[in-house]
Design a binder for this molecule. Structure first.
Ligand code: TRP
Length: 443
């Protein structure tokens, strides 16, 4: 089985050059490796914990999604989704909350740091601490355990959260007597670039020393590069390349040979102004084509939305059935009938699965069929003008109880979605349709 690699990106900021070199670029590269199934998601529930500005949240979601796609993420290959499109995440979060010791959360660094600051200020220890902040690690555990990720690439500040995730997973497995969750491992990339910011400290929004990635275009990037702090050596004087932030940033974008050349130029007295010019050009080589794609995506948010919806559908194929299993494990639902399980196995042996098949008819209109496990047609849809409408109806059929959509008139049955009849069929075929839909829901 492939290794599952999963990471989340909190949607509260605008990606900067440090995010790109330190997280986005290495993650995208890692996702193209053979034997890896990558899951990348927008952690927008997490964003709510630190940001209560709806516009910022909405804007950041677009910026971050557009950045990852523009930077070359293959959304067909990986599973790229938005956390809040998966209702299974908060559901699992609650199950995990119910098995997590409060004492474990008391020990979380982020929470303890808030408490320490409050003590220093001589206010209530929990002043300004929301339950969201306090329970943050449980939501993160739900993200990771939902997909049974093997590896979680994160920054060092997240190591403790991974340890807590393992604790929580073990506790659940133990309580409910099964190997429901695999224990994820933290992955700290030692050799990815940590870029210095304008002032030489680590590039970070909280230090206000960032170089913008795409926002503001090439001009904003250039303006920031010009503000990188250097020493006061004049043109002609040899520079200490190793000790300069400029060189560190250059290396994150250049080949070894290019870096060696840049270094030699600095040591031979290249002026800082010229050095900044060369740095801009080198960064632009890599970013300019991406920036164009970024701008196109930002101009068409509905395109981003489509990609996220497709990603959510892909993710829910895994999270839906797994959640059903967990509901059974904790006793919220009765276990599926052994007969149904047996049938599912048989179907596996016969090689067939119930499925929807979409097609275009002679008039160029869109329709779909539902096929049973034996490949027999169980129903044929009405026609749709566009494939997305047909797709939405399929989603609705997959996601609803049949009876909610059903109306009966003597021997004929109709299924309606959003007030429109989308399928007509003979009532006698309903049991098979019902069975196929149940089987689809369990896939
Ligand atoms: N807490 C992570 C951060 O701040 C973001 C995150 C949320 C995450 N859920 C996750 C990372 C799951 C990895 C896996 O960076």
């Amino acid at each position: 089985m492939n290794t599952r690699v999963l990471t989340g990106i909190t949607t509260s900021g605008t990606p900067h050059l440090g995010n790109y070199a330190g997280a986005i670029r290495p993650s995208i590269r890692a996702s193209t490796q053979a034997g890896v199934d990558a899951f990348f998601f927008l952690a927008d529930y997490h964003a709510l914990i630190k940001c209560d500005d709806p516009q910022r949240i909405a804007r950041s979601r677009l910026e971050i999604a557009a950045t990852w796609i523009a930077a070359g993420l293959d959304v067909e290959r990986v599973t790229f989704y938005r956390q809040s499109d998966l209702p299974e995440i908060p559901e699992l979060c609650w199950m995990l909350t119910c098995v997590t010791a409060k004492g474990l959360m008391n020990r979380a660094h982020a929470y303890k740091a808030s408490v320490d600051q409050n003590l220093l200020k001589q206010v209530d220890p929990d002043d300004g601490v929301t339950m969201g902040l306090f329970s943050y690690p449980i939501l993160m555990a739900a993200d990771i355990l939902m997909f049974n990720a093997n590896k979680v690439p994160v920054g060092r500040d997240q190591i403790q959260h991974l340890e807590m995730t393992r604790d929580i997973a073990q506790r659940f497995n133990h309580l409910y007597g099964g190997e429901y969750f695999v224990l994820p491992e933290v992955q700290i990339e030692e050799d990815v670039a940590t870029l210095p910011g304008l002032d030489g400290r680590k590039m970070s929004k909280s230090y206000d020393n960032t170089i913008p990635l795409f926002e503001g275009g090439a001009r904003a990037l250039r303006a920031a590069v010009l503000r990188i702090v250097t020493d006061s050596r004049a043109p002609g004087e040899p520079k200490d390349a190793e000790g300069s932030h400029l060189y560190t940033i250059y290396r994150a974008f250049a080949s070894t040979a290019e870096s060696a050349q840049f270094r030699a130029q600095l040591e031979q007295g290249l002026g800082w102004g010229d050095a900044k010019q060369l740095l801009c050009e080198r960064i632009e080589q890599e970013l300019a084509p991406m920036r164009e794609r970024y701008a196109e995506l930002m101009a068409k948010p509905e395109r981003i939305e489509d990609i996220l919806q497709a990603g959510a559908a892909k993710a829910r194929k895994l999270s839906g059935p797994f959640m059903a299993r967990l509901r059974e494990a904790v006793g919220l639902r009765a276990p599926a009938k052994p007969a149904a399980r047996g049938a599912a196995k048989d179907k596996g042996a016969a090689g067939g699965k119930a499925r929807f098949v979409s097609f275009r008819d002679e008039q160029g209109l869109f329709r779909f069929r539902l096929l049973g496990t034996d490949g027999q047609e169980l129903l044929l849809s009405e026609t749709f003008d566009d494939p997305k409408a047909a797709g939405r109806v399929i989603q609705a059929l997959r996601g609803s109880a049949l009876d909610e959509l059903l109306s009966l008139d003597g021997q004929s049955a109709a299924l309606s979605v959003e007030g429109r009849v989308v399928v007509r069929l003979a009532a006698e075929h309903l049991p098979q349709v019902r069975e196929a839909l149940a089987e689809l829901a369990a896939q």
